[in-house]
Design a protein. Sequence first.
Length: 361
Amino acid sequence: MFLFLLILPIKFLIAQSELAAFPAGADPKEIGHKIAHRFITGKHMLHAGKWISYPETFYWTGTINYAHLTGDHVLMQAMKDRLSKLTASEPQLLPPKNHVDLNMFGSLPLRLYQLSKDKNYLDLGLPYADTQWEVPQNANPTEKDWAQKEYSWQTRLWIDDMYMITIVQAAAFQATGDPKYLDRAAKEMVLYLDELQRPNGLFYHAPDVPFYWGRGNGWMAAGMTELLRMLPQDHPDRPRILKGYLTMMNSLKKYQTRSGMWNQLIDQSDCWAETSGSAMFAYAIISGVKQGWLEPKKYSPVARNAWLALAKYVDDKGAVSEVCVGTNKKNDKQYYYDRPRHTGDYHGQAAYMWCVNALLE
């Protein structure tokens, strides 16, 4: 027992040393500063050209978390001012509460409520969580069937939903302390794991699209990570979610390339390295090591090598390159090889902020 207790802090220190003291050009705080401050003057990235999109929402929230972690009060105020402008001068850009990719917007004001206790943020964010479980009058039979099974009526078994649904429910739990929100998120997560995860721990883009698309799998990795950070040890759904997470991390470890990245199609060695999915995987692994879910000796080097590789894709203006554009499912392997790659796309900016914040915690 004495030796066991002696080894525990040593293992923890090994993990921390791997995830700290980065060389010049890879300091998480410096990279985070560039990416976060870029958002202040960034344009809106709209869903369907109409409403604040989920990539912008997550970039925004990641910037808020960075400002909180680093004590950057100027940046935090800029994030609050941006939301004030949205609600006062651009209310037409507020997402409606009728789609899985739109309801997740509520996670943004709910995070600000956690930090400020300003009830205006709670009043803005909570309805987005509640309406995910309030069946609209015009719901179709499939949506009603999901609701009758006590899942969100917005359930559709697309791989990014595992993040979109669970993140706003988890944020509502953190803001209110009401366990129904956490239970909803966990129940939904287990459904998606049971329906979509393959034996190797990875996920097809969809049941009818048998390709391991990087960012799609990244949403899964990040979604499980977020929930595991919140679920109590005795929560009945925690073992199933942890099993899904560990199985996936083991597979990701095998598919990490020599460069430290993961490819656009994870299991295709001739495919190109993609930054947003790689950053999501790095976030999940960094968190797993720090939270004690992953063996430090095995996974700390994976996380470190990933971050060192990712840092090379950020320019001096804080723009991340080699980001796959928004991608619908398609049963065509070449389609994924040929997807355009953008620089500064908010899918990549957001995922990098998750990594930065996980390293700084």
